[in-house]
Ligand binder design. Structure first.
Ligand code: HPA
Length: 271
């Protein structure tokens, strides 16, 4: 696996000579964040050795290299989800490649279902912690010492200093943000009403089908992480309310996009 990471890194370095310091993972409906990047190079996932290829609507599937606020960044436009049939190890492969490329901070975004009764569609939530137990851990199996320890500490998966900086930026820009716990599920089914209630009872504020495996792989490698959810639907609905659809999720993510862009760009500027 380490050889595969190195082959992917070597290929990318042959095509792009700068070292990005910030990695950004763009969630469903947030792909146009790449408009904020002064783009220097794009590399399709399909061209990178050992990279999986993204299959979901709303995910375009490329690495975008360039600058935001004078900082070299690399964005994943399109990520890999466990529900697509990739192993957890494949899902996190790109995160490992970004780390080996030299990133020092990882920012992630996602579309998520709200379960906290205070949350509305379009809300943004800074992830302060997660519950990973409903999805396979990407570190199951052989541990690679080159990546990190066998039993990684998970007491601060989302760096407090990044949460504080982002909270301050949001206040200065008058962008309302919530904070809370992200519960990871495999999908691809949205949750049953009983499942949404369970997720609330277990301490979740939102639920989604991504992010947590990537965060675990990043923390394993000692990479500081910041992550934010856009609430694209509310799970616990009244009798007779229409069900969640993927279109609704994409539309809600688009609505929140300007706020999300402003916050991420300023956070990058202040890193
Ligand atoms: N559940 C799981 N994943 C999601 C949801 C949801 O309600 N909304 C967006 N991603």
């Amino acid at each position: 696996m380490i050889a595969e990471i190195n082959e992917a890194v070597d290929f990318i370095k042959k095509n792009y000579s700068h070292r990005p310091t910030v990695g950004i993972v763009l969630g469903s409906g947030m792909g146009s964040f790449t408009d904020e990047i002064k783009i220097e190079k794009e590399i399709a996932y399909g061209d990178i050795p050992h990279f999986p290829v993204s299959t979901v609507e709303g995910h375009s599937g490329k690495l975008v290299f360039g600058e935001i606020a004078g900082k070299k960044v690399v964005a994943m436009a399109g990520r890999f989800h466990y529900y697509e049939g990739y192993s957890a190890e494949q899902v996190v492969f790109p995160i490992r490649v970004l780390k080996f490329l030299g990133i020092e901070t990882l920012l992630l975004s996602n579309a998520a279902g709200g379960v906290n009764p205070d949350f509305k569609v379009g809300d943004m939530m800074i992830i302060t912690d997660h519950i990973s137990q409903l999805t396979p851990n990407p570190l199951l199996g052989k541990n690679y010492k080159e990546l990190g320890p066998r039993f990684p500490d998970m007491s601060e998966p989302y760096k407090k200093r990044l949460i504080q900086t982002a909270t301050k930026i949001a206040a200065e820009k008058n962008i309302p943000v919530k904070q809370g716990v992200y519960v990871a599920v495999t999908g691809p089914t949205f949750e049953t009403l009983a499942e949404y209630k369970m997720i609330l009872a277990m301490g979740g504020d939102v639920v989604g089908m991504s992010t947590v495996q990537e965060v675990i792989a990043a923390v394993h490698m000692g990479l500081p992480v910041f992550a934010m959810s856009v609430v694209t639907d509310v799970g616990i609905r009244e009798e007779g309310e229409p069900p969640v659809t993927h279109e609704e999720v994409l539309q809600a993510a688009k609505t929140a996009e300007p706020k999300f862009k402003a916050l991420f760009c300023e956070l990058i500027a202040q890193l």
